[in-house]
Design a protein around this ligand. Structure first.
Ligand SMILES: [Zn+2]
Length: 129
């Protein structure tokens, strides 16, 4: 399923030692998704599977313009606001990517904990693979 998803989304997975440079971000990150469909993964990531699924979540849901009505019941997203420049949309995008990683890694538990999101993710994936 992972390879099918990577192929269907035309993702290019690149491994990096210096994600700060490769991700074009000022901050160190374990991974990033760039809109030309490149995903950078840092060798230093302590959970590279989770990082990969998180970035695939960005690839899937940035393009789908994820509906905030689905996620609002599940997260107090404003709690995660890091600084003035972080918008509610940024936080929402990060939460969706985190939920997607959970969906991929803990599928059964996820279906019990977040039934609506589970169906949404499942149906979205079915459109791609
Ligand atoms: Zn992210």
């Amino acid at each position: 399923m992972l390879l099918e998803l990577i192929i269907a989304l035309h993702l290019k997975i690149l491994f990096t030692e210096n994600s700060k440079v490769d991700c074009l971000m000022g901050i160190e990150a374990n991974g990033c998704y760039l809109k030309d469909n490149r995903i950078y993964l840092s060798y230093k990531s302590d959970n590279i599977n989770r990082t990969l699924y998180h970035e695939i979540g960005h690839a899937l849901f940035l393009r789908n313009n994820f509906s905030r009505t689905i996620i609002k019941d599940y997260a107090d997203i404003l709690k995660h606001k890091k600084n003035e420049d972080t918008t509610e949309n940024d936080i929402l995008n990060e939460r969706v990517a985190d939920y997607f990683a959970d969906y991929m890694l803990n599928n059964k538990e996820f279906s019990v904990k977040y039934p609506c999101l589970y169906i949404y993710f499942r149906d979205t994936l079915n459109k791609f693979i």
